[in-house]
Design a protein around this ligand. Structure first.
Ligand SMILES: [Zn+2]
Length: 312
């Protein structure tokens, strides 16, 4: 009964295919929380979720899974709690973690949805999926428009059509409407269902502008010189990992350095931490096994906070 309305359209066999599928969602912001919600209701067998952020007040305008009572909690654990209530038939695994080349095996599954907000992670997913022959769906939204693109094994990849970009437009600077993020996530999930049920997924790059009510399908071609398609994996082997990142338009910095996670946790415990097991919060820092996110007003402040509490 639960799936009767969609079974009329997709059929019982396709429903069973969804039931037997595992889908990973990277990022639980505006796109990821909507996609996770839709996929749980659709009846995917298993969902793997990964996100590194805590719920903030500015998220509530568009991030469907979260409410005011979830502020300051990890999005990954809140999402699991809510999705378990929406559909207890779906197995939900969630990670409060920063996805990088060291832990990317966490998202190994039949299909990966990109709901991140940065190209570095997208290129990492791109290489991981080429290497493991996993289909994935790129999505992005900013202001009043967005993109969806299916990246299928041996077909056009993200690196074929997008080169490294330092000047990405971000929602923090340019803003974003909740209507476009919902629409883009809906298209992404609709394509996910097509991929999982072998039902003719879209080959073109989809562009939508909700202000003009325009949907454009853009033809894309494989780039023969594409490094990723030629299996030169610069992100997956860690070569492209930048050890100090400022997220454009926000006051968040990320530092990737080797340190002893357990020892650091023990030391900082005395000063008061919020323990989330796979990560912990200390002052304005979220400390993961391989990286630290720091809220600071300048690069100097971020670096000095790091060395003060984490060492050099
Ligand atoms: Zn390529």
């Amino acid at each position: 009964m639960r799936y009767s309305r969609q079974e009329i359209l997709i059929g019982k066999k396709a429903q069973q295919k969804l039931r037997n599928s595992t889908v990973s969602i990277v990022g639980l912001g505006a796109l990821g929380s909507v996609s996770a919600n839709l996929l749980a209701r659709v009846g995917i067998g298993k969902l793997i979720l990964i996100d590194r952020d805590l719920v903030e007040i500015s998220n509530l305008q568009r991030q469907d899974l979260f409410t005011e009572e979830h502020l300051c909690k990890p999005k990954a654990s809140v999402a699991k709690e809510i999705l378990d209530k929406i559909n207890s038939e779906v197995e939900i695994i969630s990670y409060f973690d920063d996805l990088n080349y060291k832990n990317i095996n966490l998202i190994k599954s039949g299909l990966i949805l990109d709901c991140t907000d940065n190209l570095e992670t997208r290129f990492l997913i791109n290489e991981f999926c080429i290497k493991n022959k996993i289909p994935w769906i790129y999505s992005s939204a900013v202001k009043d428009s967005g993109y969806v693109f299916n990246i299928l094994p041996n077909k056009v990849c993200l690196k074929c059509i997008l080169k490294d970009s330092k000047a990405e437009e971000t929602c923090e600077i340019s803003g974003v409407l909740n209507t476009i993020t919902n629409l883009i996530a809906s298209i992404q999930v609709n394509e996910a269902i097509k991929i999982l049920t072998n039902n003719n997924p879209e080959k073109d790059l989809i562009f939508v502008n909700i202000n003009k009510n325009e949907l454009t399908k853009i033809k894309v071609k494989k780039d023969k010189t594409c490094a990723a398609c030629n299996k030169k994996f610069e992100y997956l082997n860690g070569k492209k990992q930048v050890n100090f990142v400022k997220y454009c338009g926000s006051n968040v910095y990320k530092i990737n350095k080797d340190f002893n996670f357990n020892k650091t946790k023990q030391n900082l415990k005395k000063l008061g931490i919020k323990d989330f097991k796979t990560a912990f919060q200390f002052k304005d820092m979220t400390i993961f096994k391989n990286s630290v996110l720091i809220k600071a007003n300048s690069e100097k402040e971020a670096k000095s906070l790091y060395s003060k509490y984490m060492g050099n």
